[in-house]
Design a protein around this ligand. Structure first.
Ligand code: IMP
Ligand code: MG
Length: 183
């Protein structure tokens, strides 16, 4: 698996160190909230969720949403829709949406707009990696960003190519030969 990587962009140590910092920051920012709900977008952000919640030192709950945008290739292909959720009601909750990666920002924008319709008290977003140039995007910026990375297709730590490579412990650039050469 690791031999399919052209380059390791973020090591396991880089990621865990940053996850710990984000968890500490989030714990400070939500210190006065009794209703923190961390929402993970399946399936990519599950690994990030598992690491970050263990560095949040407040009482909290978490749950999952499946949003279809992406058919396993290199690019989002259709308008996002909510396919499934694992929680009954988010009324009055302070929702923190966690996502693995921000590319165009369309998925996060869609998800936050949807969360706002659920009667929540607040919504913020946290992404582990954002592709460079996201500050210029027309979409709202995430409240927490782990790393800004070059605009390359990456896999690992939850991120997939055709559902594979999610279990890599690092984040790396996939060799172009694996996907036929064009991003
Ligand atoms: P956005 O809506 O354009 O921000 O794209 C977000 C979704 O596209 C993510 O949740 C990923 O599923 C997928 N995606 C975008 N870039 C990559 C990448 O480099 N590797 C793996 N998945 C990616
Ligand atoms: Mg994905």
């Amino acid at each position: 698996m690791y031999k399919d990587l052209e380059e390791i962009m973020l090591t396991e140590e880089d990621i865990l160190k940053r996850t710990k910092e984000l968890g500490r920051q989030i714990s400070q920012d939500y210190a006065s909230s009794n209703n923190l709900f961390v929402m993970s977008v399946l399936k990519g952000s599950v690994i990030f969720l598992a690491d970050i919640v263990r560095h949040i030192t407040l009482p909290m709950k978490y749950g999952f949403v499946t949003i279809s945008t992406y058919k396993g290739g290199m690019r989002a292909q259709e308008k996002p829709t909510v396919v499934n959720t694992t929680f009954p009601s988010l009324e009055g909750m302070d929702v923190l949406l966690v996502e693995d990666i921000l590319d165009s920002g369309a998925t996060i924008r869609f998800a936050t707009d949807w969360i706002k319709t659920l009667g929540v008290a607040s919504v913020r977003t946290c992404v582990l990696v954002a592709k460079e140039g996201y500050e210029n995007s027309k979409f709202p910026h995430p409240d927490y960003v782990g790393f800004e990375i070059p605009n390359r297709f990456v896999v690992g730590y939850g991120l997939d190519y055709q559902e594979k490579y999610r279990n890599l412990r690092c984040i790396g650039i996939l060799k172009p030969a694996i996907y036929g050469g064009t991003e």
